[in-house]
Design a protein around this ligand. Sequence first.
Ligand code: GLV
Ligand code: MN
Ligand code: MN
Length: 417
Amino acid sequence: MQSTQLHIDRDRLMGDLERLASFSDDTPPGISRLVFAEADQKSRTWLKAQCQAAGLVVREDAVGNMFARWKGARPELPAIGTGSHIDAIPHSGKFDGTVGVLGGLEAIRALQQSGFAPQRSIELLLFTSEEPTRFGLGCLGSRMLSGGLNGDADARLKDAEGTTLSQLRTAAGFQGSLDEVRLKDDYYAGFVELHIEQGPLLEKEGLAIGVVTGIAAPAALRITVEGEGGHAGGVLMPDRKDAFCAAAEIVLAIEERALATGAIDTCATVGKCAIYPGAVNSIPSRVEMEADIRDTDEQRRNRVLREIEQACAQVAERRKVQVRVTPINADAPASCSPRIINAALEAAAENGLSYKKMVSRAYHDSLFMARIAPIGMIFIPCRGGVSHRPDEYSSPQEIENGVKVLAGTLARLSSLG
Ligand code: GLV
Ligand code: MN
Ligand code: MN
């Protein structure tokens, strides 16, 4: 299958991306799609119709993962999967995840229109809640598909309002036991995800395609600081146990511990922080924060996690506050399959596109799919490396390039031999 013969309908794909962006809870150009909220539900309904219009057979599981299958000549064989997510963090952009879902659909449509007949079925996946916004835990759908989360998540996972996953998924129309979500180990013969790079390297080096060799190991911590509240004028400074001052020291210690590894791949971010009671004239009595710690080297990431715990204990002792550190997740990294890497490299080369191999320092649903299938990822550049912001941007040409390489990769993987 020469994917150079493929015609990617760029206008249709860009139109699809715009249409999906119109389902949002934010003011344009900001995008926000909280899983199971109205914009997410509307997007799912629209996407399902697009998949059905392409002749794909659609099913959904109990947590809302959607599978749209193009049946191959050998439907009894493990399929080839592709796809990503459409949920979007607050005030973000229109390309994170969506390029992998709508680009995957366009790759399938282009292969269909070229007359290509797959041996293995090709299945497009829409993963539920790759972003941790609602439940505090990323990659909800792919974690479940790969056995990393089971049925007890139904009652255990709650959103900020205290509504359980069980209540939210049921209200969104997804019934059944979460224990049924896990896929069999041989369900997929391969899974490949197209995604924007979310970093600056491809653009800086003037390259069209990144072929991912591995995905960094993410972790997250919830850190609660309990101090003593009081009147902002009445309580004398030497007598205070200000929870926010302690939290501020912890935030800086987290940054310092990550920088101290000296490795560019160690990243630490405190992206969530709530101060209670939250009045200008009231000493903060409690702070709740969430920290995101990642590294391509799992041992080094774990060392940083331990050092952060130690730093929290030291701040607690010195400032006479209580600090509780609760791990949210500490996931292993993933390696991409050499066979899928090669298929993507060949597809890039046959399209005359420049490329390099690279690691993904962002996490993706592929991290979890790697537990049950050989995986691969294809990156395209994004302007300035910007992502998780409204000005996130990849050009129509860059997206088309990625879809061509994805289609060429799917064609190779879905053929036997
Ligand atoms: C995914 O959204 C990530 O935070 O890496
Ligand atoms: Mn994201
Ligand atoms: Mn993403």
